[in-house]
Design a protein around this ligand. Structure first.
Ligand code: HEC
Length: 188
């Protein structure tokens, strides 16, 4: 029994030392300047997964599970297209799928929604758009856009998931059959 208790005490002590050494290691790594500050190299897979997990966990804890009040209609989608074009396309890519310089310059690079729509839930998108994402280029839009405008954008982003969507400004790079329609939000 004495041996057992001694074993546990030694194990615990070793665990504490290991945690301390690891903590010091991380601190040294950061303080000695080993953490790369360059934004013109791709994020490592470690960074990507850690950042994604941190964002997912924060959204799980903080984002209110609100229901999107904006239905996808011709009118709301056209408004969404206009808002996207004005505020978002410079980073997240235009609907003609051209990439912007901001994608190249920002670290982490902003997801290009016209090519790869967001897979987050609507209330999560609302929360991210409204409050932004710390330590990334994603701005908080709470000071610029109303809740209704943000939900309109969420509806528009959601529509991008539908490959056959005939929504304004959207051409999924497939047939140019809609190219002639005089929709607002169309972009050359
Ligand atoms: C200055 C550049 C910039 C602008 C402008 C911008 N974003 Fe972002 N956005 C980002 C970056 C960078 C990320 C990636 C954040 C991350 O990696 O966690 C992001 C992430 C997002 C996400 C989370 C996507 C996902 O699936 O992980 C959403 C949703 C989003 N942005 C919507 C918008 C909308 C809507 C607008 C316009 C109102 C907008 N953004 C404007 C840079 C920008």
């Amino acid at each position: 029994m004495k041996k057992f208790a001694l074993g546990i005490a030694t194990g615990l002590a070793l665990a504490i030392v290991a945690a301390f050494v690891m903590g010091m290691g991380v601190l040294m790594y950061v303080e000695q300047g080993y953490m790369d500050s360059r934004a013109d190299i791709p994020p490592s897979s470690f960074e990507k997964t850690q950042a994604m997990e941190a964002l997912d966990a924060s959204l799980d804890r903080c984002a209110p599970k609100a229901k999107n009040p904006i239905q996808p209609t011709a009118s709301t989608l056209s408004q969404g297209a206009k808002l996207y074009e004005t505020y978002c396309s410079r980073c997240h890519g235009a609907m003609d799928r051209s990439e912007t310089a901001w994608r190249i310059l920002l670290y982490p690079p902003p997801p290009q929604f016209p090519k790869k729509p967001t897979d987050m839930k609507e209330f999560e998108n609302f929360y991210v758009i409204k409050h932004g994402v710390r330590w990334t280029g994603m701005p908080a839009w709470s000071g610029e856009l109303s809740d209704a405008q943000i939900w309109t954008l969420v509806t528009y982003l959601n529509e991008m998931k539908k490959p056959t969507s005939a929504m304004p400004g959207m051409n999924h790079g497939a047939e140019p059959s809609n190219a002639g329609s005089e929709e607002k939000g169309g972009r050359k």
